[in-house]
Design a protein around this ligand. Structure first.
Ligand SMILES: Cc1cc2nc3c(=O)[nH]c(=O)nc-3n(C[C@H](O)[C@H](O)[C@H](O)COP(=O)(O)O)c2cc1C
Length: 380
């Protein structure tokens, strides 16, 4: 399997599966590029891990994982990083035989909407049949741990990331300012800061859950405090790096920046963000571009919308294919799942965004240091 490392200067490498070898299995992340002298602790990383943790409510998978993380490398005795790669491990604790047996029973069948078919095509009979292996939502545990370290670095740069649900099965949250959304984060299981809309969304998801089905939705991700000038103009546009990061997360099916797909119905005069000056700084009057121009951060808030598909595992009969027999077969209701991914996936999106921004900051500062560009416009 290729592609388990993400980033250029700030790099995360993740390992581990949903079930793996059963008892004693787990997931880990190795983080390269962590600066020395950063105060880190298991508790600090755990705060982020708890946002993603399953088994904590009616909208969550009943899998009872504690997701306790342990930093096992890259730190000195006094709790600060040394500059060496940081390693964090998280053991699987709820890999019950009953569920392993269930997966075994259906191991030759492809789960519609999930990754099994691609796994059969790539890895043949060795494909990981238990809990979707590296394609499981559990794989994202390592990303969130890596993202916790990235977020901690960003905090010191005055950069902050929030993400929350804006739409679910036709129910829309009202638009709100960064501060209002931030004040209402995680006030409900679906993580929608419009508390009235949240109630309706949760009710609808529970109805769909009772039907044995799952629900999709849309989340928004906002990054505040990113300085102008991050991202490269050609292949490594900041939009391209963030898009790569988001599309690397299972179940994310669409990524928009700023006005996104609405630009198809806008005039240039409506879509162009015009310039103004505020407190001696150049600013944009509007932010339809979503925080980047030409792939380079503009200094405005980075605003993204992410389309989240309904969880593929459902409790309804579906047509599948038995790969070894090469026959169409019915797949009966299967094991544990989230009725919607909205209440958990945002933490993974925040983590990946944090990794991209730290990496881009390091690239920009490295370039600046070597090139020593004389630039009178930097400070305005
Ligand atoms: C945090 C998280 C939790 C997930 N939980 C489940 C789950 O319980 N059941 C499921 O079928 N898929 C779950 N998924 C989605 C699958 O991982 C994903 O749909 C699958 O890998 C196929 O990839 P694709 O949807 O991008 O094609 C989860 C994804 C994430 C990010």
């Amino acid at each position: 399997m290729l592609g388990n490392t993400f980033g250029r200067m700030f790099r995360i490498t993740t390992v581990g599966e949903s079930y793996g070898i059963g008892k004693g299995s787990g997931l880990a992340v190795i983080i390269d590029g962590v600066p020395p002298g950063l105060k880190l602790s298991d508790e600090l990383v755990q705060e982020e891990m708890d946002k993603r943790r399953p088994g904590v409510g009616k909208l969550n998978s009943p899998r009872l994982e504690t997701d306790q993380c342990h930093i096992f490398a890259g730190m000195a005795q006094d709790g600060v990083t040394t500059g060496a790669p940081v390693g964090i491990i998280i053991y699987n604790v709820d890999t019950q035989d009953i569920h392993i047996e269930q997966y075994k029973q259906y191991k030759d069948l492809c789960r519609p909407g999930h990754a099994t078919y691609g796994f059969f095509k790539k890895y043949g009979e060795n494909q990981d049949w238990c809990g979707a292996g590296r394609s499981s939502g559990r794989e994202t545990v390592g990303r969130v741990a890596g993202g916790a370290v990235a977020k901690h670095i960003l905090e010191q740069e005055g950069i902050e990331i929030i993400s929350y649900t804006t739409e679910c099965m036709g129910i829309k949250a009202r638009e709100m300012s960064y501060e209002e959304a931030k004040a209402n984060l995680r006030k409900n299981e679906i993580n929608c800061p419009d508390l009235e809309a949240a109630e309706k969304m949760e009710k609808r998801v529970l109805e769909i859950k009772d039907e044995g089905d799952t629900a999709g939705g849309i989340i928004e991700l906002r990054i505040k405090g990113v300085p102008a000038g991050l991202g490269e103009p050609v292949f490594d546009k900041l939009t391209a790096l963030l898009g790569h990061a988001m599309f690397s997360i299972g179940a994310i099916k669409g990524v928009e920046f700023g006005a996104g797909f609405k630009v198809g119905n806008m005039k240039g005069s409506e879509n162009n963000d015009q310039f103004t000056q505020k407190d001696g700084k150049i600013r944009l009057k509007t932010n339809y571009s979503g925080g980047t121009l030409g792939g380079i951060s503009s200094g405005e808030e980075i605003v993204m919308k992410l389309a989240i598909k309904p969880t593929p595992t459902i409790s309804l009969k579906q047509d599948s294919v038995n790969m070894p027999k090469n026959e169409i077969e019915e797949l009966s209701p299967i094991t544990r799942r989230d009725p919607t991914l909205l209440g958990r996936i945002y933490s993974v999106a925040e983590a990946m965004a944090a990794c991209v921004i730290v990496d881009s900051l390091m690239m920009a500062r490295g370039y600046d240091n070597v090139c020593r560009v004389e630039n009178p416009w930097r400070e305005i």
